[in-house]
Design a binder for this molecule. Structure first.
Ligand code: GAL
Length: 819
């Protein structure tokens, strides 16, 4: 469908002219005119099918499969009996529910966290989802679209037995117009067959409908999905907003629409408004309308103060509002400079970034919204200011959290290719994410070793770059390459990303002084939370800054290098969080990576404080290891302090053990013969004491402690909201026991269910997911575990109980409240 662009005359309104004296824009969302969004997360029936045996795939398949619109066999048929299938709510990842599979040496399995998914496991690589949806008769005449935020991986979708469409690819959002197929005034059946036989990555990817699904109802004249782009450019004391809005007329009659764009500032006041009063729409056509607005003295979006504006788009036909869409955006100025790095709102900002995969403890790829937000908040606490969505388009909630909390994003597509499929994914990502102020870079891919230095790589990158720029020309394009060449993809990028290879960077900068450079991936430092010696049997690595793979760097190595080169814009650490798969340097029984600065639960490893020391301004002092070394009395223990103090003095039970000067970007270190007691570090800036930290020998664990973190102990009674509970153990004196490893049982009462448990142990084969809602079990790993509790839908008190042999139990009351 062609989209003729139409320009409106430039229209400027000052803030003064627009504070109309009327009431402030209400905080509650305005009525959405003809648009209605129905979240389809609850109430799906699920069963595994089979990738190669039709008799075990509920009869799906056969020669005549695609010969007629109506599906003859299997679960796609509306009358198929699914009563015996499991009832569940999305988001859902079935792979995290499967048992681990021991395999001493298998690339495919270790990539995917030793879970049975892929070509070798046809019986667990296909999942079927079915759901009923009653539509009122009054929906007749509306346009209906089924939207998926992403699914892993290949989907066939039917409505009432008729094939709606096919989508390939595990990360891009997709949508189908189902107007022809839905029956209004009746029950409808949606069936989805998800086939995860083929992988896209060398890391855990999960499987199923692991992101949100919606039905969007609109009038025939409406704004199509992701059809709005608002691009602010800061100019002088104001900002020019270039707004592009697609308006579709999905009807046989021509229409004339009025398109209003209204800007609401972070305080809720309407500050600009413009209406195109006669948008002519031919039958079955879409036009793009361009509008320009100016904001005077805008409130800028920044990392410290991530203030968001709203663009409220209203479409009217014959005076009646037929559609209304609210788009959040931020006004900020970004710039990469080849000699000085990255600038946000005119100020240099060192990119202190992390790369992240998308899985979390307990839930795999189906990460609840509140957990997404908590993960971003945890990174922010460490001083991280940038997030790379390696190596795929993220769940939209990650970007929402980055927008709201103040985190920059390098947004990466999965497939480096100019195939129609790859361009469709890339386009879907850019359309969806172009209004998120957090996004500062579009990444075309990662380490395409065969083509990145070749003319083929250049040609493909050119086509991809053209595709991106047509949708959003306000952000630079980059690519994460793992060598020091210039030809190929790097002839196309606006900003050059280096993965590792620090030895090539200086020469590269000299040879290409006009190209801004940054570290798209760095470090891969290897640590295990709470472990202080290598243990090959249990696959643990010490949490000091001492281990890295052949291609990686220690934290202090890479950071010292980058900190000394202000022309480098900064870098993204591999990785923020541990993730399943890539158990480098181990194999089975190790099921997860060791690269994270936080573990799979989001518990900090010691390196968290190394980065926090050099990435945040306030005094930081963190002592390691713990001080429970029974049996090692008199033997030397390596004691480190991660700190940004000038000097640190160490004291064991009042006995001084010496002070250490701390080199910039370094740490302090002692050898201390072990004796139980209290080891305390005192940090100084100049002569002034500015920080203290202590580790203390504890008694055995006596009591369990449950603490609600993240959103806290109050959650929405909406069947979706999730509480994040930290489980720990204290001794008789109430001191946290860092070595506690008790096997704990969790029970739950009230309108909540346990959806997953975890502890960050990279060789634990305990079940993560809790498909039946609880009770559940999990061991503490080095003193900690995590329980995720989801609302069941009703309001009221939820009681979570934790018990374990020889320990006083803990009871935590959560409150699910109607909001
Ligand atoms: C990189 C790669 C990442 C991950 C990492 C492990 O080369 O881009 O996906 O595999 O190595 O160190």
């Amino acid at each position: 469908m062609s989209m003729p662009a139409r320009s409106s005359p430039f229209f400027a309104l000052t803030l003064a002219a627009l504070v109309l004296g009327g009431p402030a824009f209400a905080a509650a969302p305005a009525p959405s005119a003809g648009r209605e969004v129905v979240l389809l997360d609850p109430g799906w029936r699920f069963a595994l099918g089979h990738a190669s045996d039709r008799s075990r795939d509920w009869g799906f398949g056969g020669d005549m499969e695609f010969s007629t619109i109506k599906h003859w066999n299997g679960p796609a048929r509306p009358d198929f009996k699914d009563d015996a299938w499991r009832l569940l709510d999305l988001p859902h990842d079935w792979v995290v529910e499967l048992p681990f599979v021991a395999a001493p040496a298998s690339d495919e399995l270790d990539y995917h966290g030793f879970k049975p998914v892929g070509q070798a496991f046809p019986a667990t690589s296909v999942g079927w989802y079915r759901r009923h949806l009653a539509l009122p008769a009054s929906d007749a005449g509306r346009r209906l679209a089924l939207e998926f935020d992403g699914a892993f991986r290949d989907c066939l979708v039917w409505v009432n037995g008729a094939l709606v469409g096919r989508h390939e690819g595990g990360y891009a959002p997709f949508a189908f117009d189902v107007t022809d197929l839905m029956e209004c005034g009746r029950d409808n059946v949606i069936a989805v067959r998800v086939d995860a036989t083929r992988a896209e990555g060398w890391f855990y990817e999960g499987a199923g409908l692991y992101r949100h699904v919606r039905l969007v109802k609109t009038a025939p004249v409406h704004v199509p999905k992701d059809g709005i782009a608002v691009a602010p450019s800061v100019a002088g004391r104001g900002a020019d907003l270039a707004i592009r809005t697609s308006v579709a007329n999905d009807a046989a009659r021509p229409a004339v629409a009025a398109l209003e764009s209204r800007i609401v500032d972070p305080a809720g006041r309407t500050v600009a408004r413009f209406t195109d009063s006669s948008v002519a729409l031919a039958p079955w056509s879409t036009v793009e309308v361009r509008q320009a607005l100016r904001l005077d003295d805008p409130v800028l979006w920044s990392l410290e103060s991530p203030r968001l504006y709203r663009l409220v788009t209203t479409v009217r036909v014959a005076g009646a509002a037929v559609d209304e869409v609210t788009t959040r955006f931020g006004v900020r100025d970004i710039r990469f400079d080849p000699g000085q790095g990255f600038f946000l709102n005119g100020r240099r900002v060192q990119i202190n970034g992390v790369c992240c995969h998308q899985d979390h403890a307990g839930v795999g790829a189906a990460v609840p919204d509140s957990v997404q937000r908590w993960r971003i908040a945890r990174l922010k606490e460490m001083g991280v200011n940038a997030y790379r969505t390696s190596h795929n388009p993220p769940a939209p909630e990650i970007l929402e959290a980055c927008d709201e909390l103040g985190m920059l994003v390098m947004d990466e597509t999965r497939l480096f290719s100019s195939s129609p499929l790859a361009l469709e994914h890339l386009e879907a990502m850019v359309r969806r994410d172009r209004n998120n102020p957090s996004v500062i870079l579009w990444s075309l891919g990662n380490e395409e070793e065969d083509v990145q230095g070749a003319p083929l790589g250049r040609r493909v990158a050119e086509t991809m770059a053209r595709t991106v720029k047509a949708l959003d020309a306000t952000r630079p394009i980059t690519y994460a390459s793992n060598s020091g060449y210039y030809e190929g993809i790097n002839q196309v990028v606006d900003v050059r990303g280096f993965n590792y290879h620090m030895d090539a960077i200086d020469a590269y900068h000299k040879a290409h002084p006009a190209l801004p450079l940054f570290g798209s991936e760095i470090a891969s430092t290897l640590t295990t939370r709470g472990e202080y010696a290598r243990d090959d049997a249990r696959t643990y690595l010490p949490a000091y800054d001492t281990n890295k793979p052949a291609w990686g760097e220690l934290a202090a190595e890479w950071w010292t290098f980058y900190a000394a080169r202000p022309w480098l814009a900064g870098a993204f650490i591999w990785t923020g969080f541990d993730y399943r798969g890539e158990p480098t340097p181990f194999q089975w029984p190790c099921i997860s990576s060791h690269f994270g600065i936080l573990d799979t639960c989001g518990f900090a490893k010691d390196l968290f404080w190394y980065y926090k020391s050099w990435w945040t301004p306030d005094p930081v002092l963190h002592l390691l290891p713990h001080w429970n070394w029974r049996g090692r009395e008199g033997k030397p223990i390596e004691v480190w302090a991660f700190t940004n103090c000038d000097e640190v003095a160490l004291v064991l039970d009042g006995k001084p053990l010496g002070a250490r000067r701390v080199a910039p970007n370094g740490h302090a270190e002692w050898q201390v013969p072990y004796a139980p007691g209290r080891l305390e570090a005192v940090g100084y800036k100049g002569d002034r004491e500015v920080a203290r930290d202590a580790v203390e020998t504890t008694g055995p664990a006596a009591r369990i402690v449950l603490t609600a973190v993240g959103p806290g102990s109050r959650i929405g009674a909406d069947g979706r909201d999730v509480a994040i509970i930290t489980v720990s153990a204290v001794d008789a004196a109430g001191r946290a026991v860092p070595t506690a490893d008790a096997d704990l049982a969790f029970d739950i009462k009230g309108p909540g269910r346990i959806i997953g448990v975890g502890n960050g142990n990279p060789s634990s084969h305990e079940p993560d997911a809790v498909p039946d809602g609880g009770p559940a079990r999990r061991r503490l790993f080095n003193g900690l575990a995590q329980v995720l509790v989801r609302s069941r839908g009703g309001a009221g008190e939820i009681t979570l109980t934790a018990s374990g042999a020889g320990l006083a139990p803990a009871v935590l009351t959560l409150r699910a409240e109607a909001r």
